[in-house]
Design a binder for this molecule. Sequence first.
Ligand code: PEP
Ligand code: MN
Length: 263
Amino acid sequence: KANRLFHPEDSVVNVNGREIGGKKFIVIAGPCSVESEQQILSIAEDIRESGASFLRGGAYKPRTSPYSFQGLQDEGLELLKLAREKTGLPIVTELMSPDKIEKFIEDVDIIQIGARNMQNFDLLKEVGRTQKPVLLKRGMSATIEELLMAAEYIMSEGNERVILCERGIRTFEKYTRNTLDLSAIPVIKKHSHLPVIVDPSHAGGLWWLVEPLAKAALTVGADGLMIEVHNDPANARCDGQQSIKPERFNCLMEKLRRLAKVE
Ligand code: PEP
Ligand code: MN
């Protein structure tokens, strides 16, 4: 179902009237994790003014260490809803467990499946039985074929509203958090009709790499970006080193608008 052979035109996923895929280039932005009402409302307002069209923010976080901040959980989701109400931006957040599916169907605009769950087949089938748009991130050691098969799990259950996300893969290189696989974008586009976005924040792992990787992603044909933005990166509870400040995000959006039509 994800294969271009049986669906030659590019798919467009419509989310509350906003389109992902086709001719448009969209930007999803926001903090790694929702930390407080003040934090999420201030970031949401800033990114909206800069031209982002979706707000991201983790409420349930898949952290490597069980002792790291696990997200505000249900409270985080409530704060995201408040931010949506105040800004009109649709919200994207990660679903980690099938138990929360009902809540996500009700509350969230795009359900994110994170890299660590790309091959959690029960979770994929669960979101496949909804009609919610799904942002499926590439697993850290997943091949393009495995990513496309994970999308197939969702689509085979009846949900064809899938957006793929290249977020860097593990390689021998240690300087960057992951290695952005730029060739994945044209390769996926050749074989699949699904929209593909790029997450330069988790790919590079360093705030100053976000801009060059974002421009590169646009150039190779990505349909959009997902960028981590934080109002106080030095004190962020998660991924501060790869987060850019709202002012820098605003400059980046201006530069992207010179390269493409961004909505
Ligand atoms: C995220 O987007 O917050 C995240 C945890 O990313 P990934 O699943 O790509 O590591
Ligand atoms: Mn993060």
